[in-house]
Ligand binder design. Sequence first.
Ligand SMILES: [Ca+2]
Ligand SMILES: [Ca+2]
Length: 580
Amino acid sequence: MHQDISLTVGNFLQSQLCKNILASFSKVIYYRLQRSSCSRAVKKSKNGSGMKTLNVKALIYFRHACYRKTINLNPCYLNLKFRLMQNQTIIQYFHWYYNEEQNLWTKVAQEAAHLNEIGVTGVWLPPAYKASTGGYSVGYDVYDLFDLGEFDQKGSVNTRYGTKQEYIDAIKALQDQGISALADIVFNHKAGGDELEKVPVRTVNPDNRNEFTSDVFEIEAWTKFTFPNRAGKYSTFIWDHQCFSGVDWAEDLKETAIYSIQNHVGEGFEEVPSTELGNYDYLMFSDIDYRNRAVVEELKYWGEWLVEATNIDGFRLDAVKHINPDFIKEWIDHLEEKYQRKFFIVAEDWNVENTESQEEYLRLMEGKTQIFDSLLHHNFFLASKDGNGFDMRTIFDNTLISISPELAVTFVDNHDSQPLQALESYVEFWFRPIAYSIILLREQGIPCLFFPDLYGGIYDDKNPEGEDTHVDLAILPGLEIMSKVRANLSYGEQRDYFDHSNCVGWTRGGDEEHENSGIAVLLSTGDEGFKKMEVGQNFAGKTFIDALGHREQEVVIDESGWAEFHCDAGSVSVWILKND
Ligand SMILES: [Ca+2]
Ligand SMILES: [Ca+2]
């Protein structure tokens, strides 16, 4: 694995190997490369020497050339060695109502080999630290970031998902399968303070948080966090009202309002990406104030602690539109600098209106994070409701993937959009295979599967009208097949046939590195469909079959590389080379 090769950096940048790495490397790095002096060499490498063997030494040369730094070998690169040639696929490994008997950390460890088998390369795990509602919490009401299920706080040692050791074991089990583990990071707020403090506040207009509606007065608020049962282990930092920019509950007055905390770093809210409601710094609980340098330093230290305690590979950042973006950048830079490695980072910047705010966030972040494409999810939702009334030629209109495919993480649904949750906009079942074919089998974007589509989910909760409601999310047929097709066959030139309002398709021409690669996808939101599409002349005379098994016929590619492909009504067919 450590054998030397006689490639200079210059030779390396000209090689096919370099091109292959770029094709499947973190898209963030590619984004940065496009702006660097390497870009010309990289473009030229398309006509390179055709090397096929990957090795670690070459990767180090490569990184050295990109960053002009000495880079130490670490397990991250070893993982890459096996991952370079494969499309990336993430799974959100939980949903709001995860209620299986087995705790989640144990389940994911047990499932790691299966996830690898179906082509998953990254697993987004839910918030792992103790929340204010202890063992019941989904995890977003974070109480103590240093308690990963280790201390008897908030009613239990374990979190809803297990203990610290089970979390560490789960991450290790994933990494043993070459899968990256992503931690869910909640930096907007803290909940469940240990002690009351007298806090000087001013109320603001809830619809325009820039507008004060009172003079300064004192309330009693739960803004002091001392973590008595952790007793200073890992960190002695005590949080108080100097660390927060707002709260919404006055204990002494028993009153809810948006209280802007008047602390030593400022009297109003921080500037954050979202200007909804005038200023959307305040979302819930005790809102963290990043103008306080002690807070910034504590959370940078916590990041180091987390990386070293868990060996995590990357992060999903919660609610970034409510958080000071300078802090996020500083935090990422700090960890990448300290550990001399890239973390895979995807930010939640929920928006279903327009691309402008997401473009603005990418600009602010300078390409340091990927973003979930909530706009594409929204289009899926609308299309699933409209049936054949939706013009599938417009499915990518007003989406992140259409303007910044390198940085888009695509998904069909998540824990907020699932039935009975806050942003409920669940894509209807009939359309889900179509939506998954679009995120899994095209070149653009890194797709994120949703746990219930793979495992199902059965739960009860109140609907918005307050009525008891039973939900049964079925396992999605064909999802594992499409995920495997993505991992193994969906490579090469993409040809698009988005030329009909209900029936659209595309092909991938295959490449040399992936045996039998090359596919054709045809979907219809209306009647049974057919379309002539080109897969490439190298397939002339070859037979294709529907991997999903909806269509029983075989399709033979003509001598010019074209064929007529078919799909059922309201369905998708994924055509792959028939194995003789
Ligand atoms: Ca905030
Ligand atoms: Ca804040």
